[in-house]
Design a protein. Structure first.
Length: 651
């Protein structure tokens, strides 16, 4: 027995002028046998209720996420799994689909769009799964709506991103016309229609970088589990040991827990040890190749996976994406606008372009300590964007890095200006903890800015930034870092004509150098290098005398006086501190007068002059009570030294 085509059946029904009550049985009787079967055919047969593929590898580390997505499908008719290429969207969607098969009596049907390039074929591909074809008098979308009708069906639409508009149009029509239909889609950006719930697929959890975990701890980590299991497919005896555990943890962190990257890395275990592999991840795009031949081409190498996402960007989006690679850590919208604008990207367009890249899963988001949204690139994505930026040439790369360094240098001065330094370290000022946290948050980008000023021969900007951060480094206890940056930038500035490189006037340049030398003097003293400390501070005093600024002169003299005393030269120390007090009084700066009395009192105590020390420290405390917050470090330090003197006098 043969069956007529659908359009033939329709014409027969019309020619026979069947009543509506007779038309339904007639259509059922002439219904052709489908290649995949219609929705109705499956509900009336013993054939399986899905066309999901069978995987040859285990599903690792996503059990909780399967539950979360399954719960979303209970309340939303369209759930779209989004995420960066290779993050495991397809595998997660198919595992969810497998779990919910019993919930959908009319079937769970997968439509793979990855191999399509023509958007007009999307509806045709969906129609093929349901064995529905268009006819001259019935467009395919209408035929699909009629075929699915009120049946309870889950449609899994995989890889929508490159055909997103066609997918949106079709799904909008189907969801409105088929009340029991549910759709689970995967895409690097959301479909963008009413009622959609977009759920970002996170990378697998990676080992904590702050501590060296034991082998037992690492064995329970999802990223490590995936790497080890896939490595065993090429080297069956591979396992975590005390020797390779930290290398495996490093691989997982460097690859940001991206499943595709981990699987490609694990495939290299047949030729490399974990330690060797970890050392070669700087060349990850050459190294991580050779995926399954059965996979789509873009899933066979890490580079191809990212190339696929990059190809979907507009020209302006590509430019911004590449420029975002200069950020060392998370950034704000304001930072993106400052760094991302330039040729081909207007500052006013950055918000929309950045939001588009968040939607396309290239940029990830999160909240910071101040509650504002932050943006970031996964390390592997940043590495890819950086290579694209470098390919643009020296001019584009340099201009982007210059904007980045300028933005963060300005930000440092706004957050941590000279007038607010004391508030950060003396604890009494409101918001001191928040200010420190904000500086910590951008610290990696501040370091990147410092490196650029050094490379670009702009040492004056670099020295100013290093001086701005000096006391922060001291507060953190990173004395070596502070000293390294100050010495490097001071050396570069001394080799630049006039020391200003066109960014500052002469007086400002000298003032910054004085502060740098004072910082180096203090740091050298803390390292026990008293002679070197005195040398730095004497240079600071000599430069300070060129300025019409009594405050900075008195500060340099006060610190030099302490250093000379520590170096075993009390006579010169006394002379310098007397000059410090005189300059402080002439300048009229109460803060400088306080510092002068305090340092003179400390030195007097060191020399056993307890009565004189107490008198000087009493004077410093009297000034401090009028000018300095009671909770400040300097005020407390004066009281502490006053108490020590009293104790030594037997009081």
């Amino acid at each position: 027995m043969t069956h007529p085509y659908r359009d033939t059946a329709q014409r027969l029904a019309a020619a026979l002028q069947l009543l509506p009550a007779d038309e339904e049985p007639f259509r059922a009787a002439v219904q052709p046998v489908r290649r995949h079967g219609t929705v109705r055919a499956h509900t009336q047969s013993a054939l399986r209720q899905e066309n999901l593929p069978i995987f040859l590898t285990s599903f690792i580390g996503r059990e909780q996420q399967v539950g979360e997505v399954t719960a979303l499908l209970d309340g939303a008719r369209l759930v779209t799994l989004t995420g960066v290429g290779g993050c495991g969207k397809t595998r997660l969607a198919l595992e969810v689909a497998r779990v919910v098969v019993p919930t959908y009596p009319d079937g769970v049907w997968l439509v793979e769009l990855g191999r399509l390039s023509d958007p007009t074929l999307v509806a045709q591909e969906v129609g093929a799964v349901f064995a529905v074809r268009e006819s001259p008098d019935q467009p395919l979308t209408i035929a699909l709506k009629r075929a699915v009708g009120g049946h309870r069906v889950l449609l899994v639409l995989d890889n929508c991103e490159h055909l997103i508009e066609a997918c949106a149009e079709l799904l909008n029509a189907l969801l409105r016309g088929c009340p029991q239909l549910r759709v689970l889609a995967t895409s690097r950006e959301s479909v963008g229609i009413d009622g959609e719930v977009a759920w970002r697929v996170p990378s697998l959890t990676v080992p904590d970088a702050e501590r060296a975990a034991s082998v037992a701890d690492l064995e329970s980590n999802p990223a490590v589990q995936l790497f080890v299991e896939r490595a065993r497919t090429v080297r069956p005896r591979f396992g975590l040991t005390e020797r390779n555990a930290q290398a495996v943890a490093q691989i997982c962190r460097r690859l940001a827990g991206i499943p595709l990257a981990l699987e490609l890395a694990a495939a290299r275990i047949h030729a490399l040890t974990a330690e060797q592999l970890a050392l070669r991840l700087d060349q990850r795009f050459r190294l991580l190749t050779g995926g399954s031949r059965a996979a789509l081409p873009r899933q066979q190498t890490l580079l191809a996976a990212l190339d696929w996402s990059y190809a979907l960007l507009s020209k302006s989006e590509r430019l911004l994406f590449e420029r975002l690679a200069v950020f060392a850590h998370a950034w704000t919208l304001e930072a993106a606008e400052a760094v991302g604008h330039g040729t081909g990207v207007a500052a006013d367009d950055v918000l929309d372009l950045l939001a588009g890249q968040v939607r396309k899963s290239l940029v990830v988001t999160g909240d910071a300590t101040d509650g504002a949204e932050r943006y970031a690139l996964l390390e592997t994505v940043r590495d890819y964007a950086r290579q694209k930026l470098l390919a643009r040439g020296v001019n584009e790369t340099s201009a982007t890095r210059q904007r980045h360094a300028g933005h963060y240098s300005d930000l440092a001065e706004q957050l941590y200006s000279v007038t607010r330094v004391r508030s950060v370290f003396e604890g009494g000022a409101p918001g001191a903890a928040e200010l420190r946290a904000r500086i910590e948050e951008v610290h990696d980008d501040l370091r990147t800015a410092l490196a650029w000023w050094g490379e670009a021969s702009h040492p004056a900007r670099g020295l100013r930034l290093a001086v701005t951060l000096c006391e922060y480094w001291m507060w953190c206890g990173t004395y070596a870092e502070a000293r390294r940056w100050l010495e490097r930038m001071l050396d570069l500035a001394s080799r630049t004509v006039s020391g200003t490189d066109g960014t500052e006037n002469q007086a400002s340049s000298v003032s910054v150098k004085v502060r740098a030398l004072i910082g180096l003097g203090v740091l050298a003293s803390w390292h026990g290098e008293d002679a070197q400390s005195c040398a730095f501070l004497q240079d600071a005093v000599a430069l300070a005398r060129q300025l019409n600024d009594g405050t900075i002169q008195s500060f340099a003299l006060a610190v030099l006086g302490l250093s000379l005393s520590l170096a075993g030269d009390p006579e010169r120390s006394a002379i310098v501190l007397d000059e410090c007090l005189r300059v402080s009084i002439e300048s009229g700066s109460e803060d400088s007068i306080f510092q002068a009395y305090r340092h003179m009192g400390i030195v007097a105590r060191w020399q056993g002059e307890y009565e004189r020390s107490s008198q000087l420290l009493e004077q410093s405390v009297t000034v401090a009570r009028q000018q300095i917050p009671p909770g400040s470090y300097s005020y407390a330090h004066s009281l502490s030294n006053l108490a020590r003197g009293a104790y030594l006098r037997g009081n």
